[in-house]
Structure formats: structure tokens, C-alpha cells
Design a protein around this ligand. Structure first.
Ligand code: IMP
Length: 426
């Protein structure tokens, strides 16, 4: 058995897309197993930038099979738009895109409900991407209002399911939102059947496919989405996404057994970012934070929102690394820190006068956490052309060694720029 899993160890946007794209060369199948089009993966290939949201990064490699597995929630329009863009830029997508018939579907009422619920929270809004991801996962857990890809491709079944669901969704939204215009059944039915006709040839039992692939000795690569600190059970609840975005669910989201995963790679940025609400102990609300945002182009791939930026938080990343049991680290965007005189790493928190290296389980405690920093010398040299660890300035290597020791995992890959070539393997 040979499978690798790539997991973000912060609040998402750790540049996992680039690493997955690089590792794809040594794998046969790339699997997305959670989240939906709230995720944004930027990959630079052949000098061109691709922003992927639902499609696995494997889609840029014609030899590789890309799987959207059971744990993903799919907005079919968003998926088709993304497929069209890739087809226009790289040629038609063939049989090597497989979509699980077990994956749940997002409908326009999910977005409407999410917007009503988020606006209701006002001051403590989660800051969701408003893509209906949480409301779709909620319906999956509730079952009564859930519609899956396997239902959509069966016209009679889909008509039956949508009839039941839409009647109640229209009633709920009418009660929640003054002036709401109910969704018209036939219009929505026709729209979604149109999507079904385009997607049908890709829809299959991906779990069975992945089992056969493993039996046949194929190498699988699991592409995590979001980051571990956004995990619904283990993250900074309620300021989290609506699925398990740590390494805890690679198997439930894909149907592949845990013991198949041989290598778990944790990805961190050389600093920390966060989009949306919730506590962020190392946040920099000053010119250094703005400098990191400008140099790192820290604006959301999906929503365009400016990301909150701060120093590397080894308490948070260390916790995430232990959650997923990572074997090694990839440190991304290291070049963004070049030019700073001093660089800090948070090595502990002080909460109500007590020093701790445990990550608090309640957001109110995290909100009171004061970062205890270790201060390190910065470096002035341009590191974007370095191609070995030995090429990096001594200060940069000290920074990486300190980060690695505090997180408790070896650094094996370092990214010093967006291009595939700007990658150092330790
Ligand atoms: P949702 O996943 O749209 O419900 O958003 C919940 C929270 O997760 C918000 O703070 C989002 O900004 C955050 N989030 C969701 N997906 C991503 C991602 O791919 N990168 C970073 N943050 C994300």
C-alpha cells in the first residue's frame, strides 16, 4: 500500500496546492476528500497560474486520475465552470476525472440559508465563504434534506428528492427572510438536470475505484483542503469550517483505510494567516503584518478578502502536527520573510499569567492567550533562487531549525517562490 496525505497545519491557505502539484509526479491518483468550493488552491504550472477550488491538482497532469471523493460537497455549477476553464486552457478533460456518486450536492437554497444565518450572528459571524458549504454538510448530517450526486443522475429519483426537499426549503426560507421569493421547482430541476447531463460520465463509485487502485499497486495522493485549525471538531470552534479539515478524516472522506496512508506531510507557511473571524494570537495589526500581506499577496483565492497575517505560531502548528501525526513538514512562502530585521516565532502562550504550550480547546481561552515570542535575526538576501538548504543564509537555516524543533517535526520541503522549480528538498 502506498499513499501520501498532504494536510494544512494552520488556518488554511498554506500553499498546499503547489506541494500537491509537485508530488503528483510521483503518484497515479490524486484525491480530494473534503470541503467544497470554499477551498482555493493556487498552482503555477508551465509559467501559468491556475486557481483550483473543487478539482484536484492532479487535473493539470493528464497521466494522473483525479478523484473527487465521497466527503466533498459539490456545487455542480462551480465544478463545471472550473472544468470549462481547465478545458479551454489545457484541452478537454477526459475519463481521468472521477466524481463520487456519494458526494452531497449544494443548491442555491444552501447559499441563501447560509447568508441569513451568518447575518443573524452579526458581531460574532464566522466569516464563512458564503458558498453554502456549512448548510450542505448540515443537511448531510440531518439526512432529510440531503441530495447526493447519485440521486442527481437518476432523473426519477432526483425529481422525487427535490420535490420533498424544495417544499420544506421554501417554507423555511419564507419564514426566515422577509420578502423571500420561493424557488421554482421546474426551473431548479431543469437547471440541475442540465448539470447532471454534463457531469454524468465522470460520476462513479469512487470508493470501489480507490480500493481497486490500491490493490493494483497504484500510488494515491490525498489533497487536504482548508487547514487543521479550521477542523470542526479539533479547530477553533465555532470559527471553523463545517468538516474535519485535519488529517483525522482522510479515510472517512475517501473510503480508503487509514493504514493505507504511509506518509503524512504537514504544510505550514513560514508565518501565519487567517481569513474570517476568530482569535489569532500572533496577529500583526501593524506595518509588518501589512508588509507580509503585500509581499505574500495574502488575499483570499475564493473571496478576495485580505487575509489576517501574523508571526509563525508553533503552539498552534505543533498541536495540528500532533493531531494528524505528521511525518514531516513543508514550509511554504519562506521568501516572503526576506528583508525583515527581526523575525519572531511564538513558542508558548501566557493565559491569565500561566505559561503553556497546549493549544486551548475553548476560543475564549485562545482569545486571552498572549504569545510568548522567541526572537531571531532576519536575512536580507534574496532566497528565491536558492536550490539547496546550503544555499540559504545561516539566519534562514536557523529559522527553519527553530520552527522544526518547536513544532516537533523535521522540515523536508521548503518553498521559496510560486514556481515548481522554486522548491528545496532537504
Ligand atoms: P466556510 O468553510 O465557508 O463555512 O467558512 C468557515 C471559515 O473557514 C471561514 O473563516 C472561512 O474563511 C474559512 N475557510 C474555509 N475554507 C477556507 C480555505 O480554503 N482557506 C482558508 N480559510 C477557509
Amino acid at each position: 500500500m502506498s499513499a501520501t496525505s498532504v494536510i494544512g497545519l494552520q488556518w488554511g491557505d498554506e500553499a498546499k496546492g503547489k506541494i500537491v502539484d509537485l508530488l503528483t509526479a510521483e503518484h497515479d491518483v490524486v484525491v480530494r476528500y473534503l470541503g467544497g468550493n470554499n477551498a482555493g488552491h493556487t498552482v503555477v504550472a508551465d509559467g501559468e497560474t491556475y486557481k483550483l477550488s473543487l478539482l484536484p491538482a492532479g487535473i493539470l497532469h493528464p497521466r494522473v486520475v483525479s478523484v473527487i471523493a465521497a466527503g466533498v460537497v459539490i456545487n455542480p455549477k462551480a465544478l463545471l465552470d472550473e472544468m470549462d476553464e481547465i478545458a479551454q486552457r489545457r484541452g478537454p478533460i477526459g475519463e481521468n476525472l472521477l466524481i463520487s456518486d456519494r458526494a452531497h450536492l449544494i443548491f442555491p437554497y444552501h447559499m441563501r440559508e447560509e447568508s441569513v444565518l451568518e447575518n443573524h450572528r452579526k458581531d460574532d459571524a464566522i466569516g464563512t465563504t458564503m458558498r453554502g458549504i456549512g448548510t450542505c454538510y448540515r443537511d448531510k448530517a440531518g439526512r432529510t434534506h440531503a441530495i447526493r450526486m447519485g440521486d442527481l443522475i437518476r432523473p426519477d429519483c432526483f425529481r422525487r428528492r427535490l420535490t420533498d426537499v424544495l417544499e420544506q426549503k421554501n417554507a423555511i426560507l419564507t419564514a426566515l427572510e422577509p420578502g423571500f421569493q420561493p424557488f421554482d421547482f421546474e426551473t431548479l430541476f431543469d437547471e440541475y438536470r442540465g448539470y447532471a447531463e454534463k457531469l454524468e460520465r465522470h460520476v462513479t463509485d469512487t470508493t470501489a475505484y480507490l480500493h481497486r487502485a490500491l490493490d493494483g499497486g497504484k500510488r494515491l495522493l490525498f489533497e487536504g483542503a482548508q487547514g487543521s485549525l479550521l477542523d470542526i471538531d479539533h479547530g477553533t470552534f465555532p470559527f471553523v469550517t463545517s468538516s474535519n479539515s485535519s488529517g483525522c478524516v482522510v479515510h472517512s472522506g475517501s473510503g480508503v483505510p487509514e493504514r493505507a496512508i504511509e506518509r503524512m506531510i504537514g504544510v505550514v507557511k513560514a508565518y501565519t494567516t487567517r481569513v474570517g473571524g476568530g482569535p489569532f494570537p500572533t496577529e500583526l495589526d501593524d506595518e509588518i503584518g501589512q508588509h507580509i500581506r503585500d509581499v505574500g499577496r495574502e488575499y483570499g483565492t475564493v473571496t478576495g478578502r485580505p487575509r489576517r497575517c501574523g508571526w509563525f505560531d508553533a503552539v498552534a502548528a505543533g498541536y495540528a502536527a500532533r493531531l494528524s501525526g505528521v511525518d514531516c513538514l513543508t514550509v511554504a512562502l519562506l521568501d516572503v520573510l526576506s528583508g525583515l530585521d527581526e523575525i519572531k516565532i511564538c513558542e508558548a502562550y501566557e493565559i491569565d499569567g500561566e505559561r503553556t504550550t497546549d493549544f486551548p480547546s475553548h476560543v475564549d481561552d485562545l482569545a486571552r492567550a498572549q504569545p510568548v515570542y522567541r526572537s531571531l535575526s532576519g536575512w536580507k538576501a534574496d532566497i528565491t533562487t536558492a536550490d539547496s538548504m546550503a544555499d540559504l543564509p545561516a539566519e534562514t537555516r536557523t529559522y527553519l531549525d527553530t520552527l522544526s524543533a518547536l513544532v516537533g517535526s523535521p522540515v523536508e520541503i521548503v518553498s521559496v517562490g510560486p514556481d515548481r522549480r522554486q522548491t528545496i528538498f532537504a
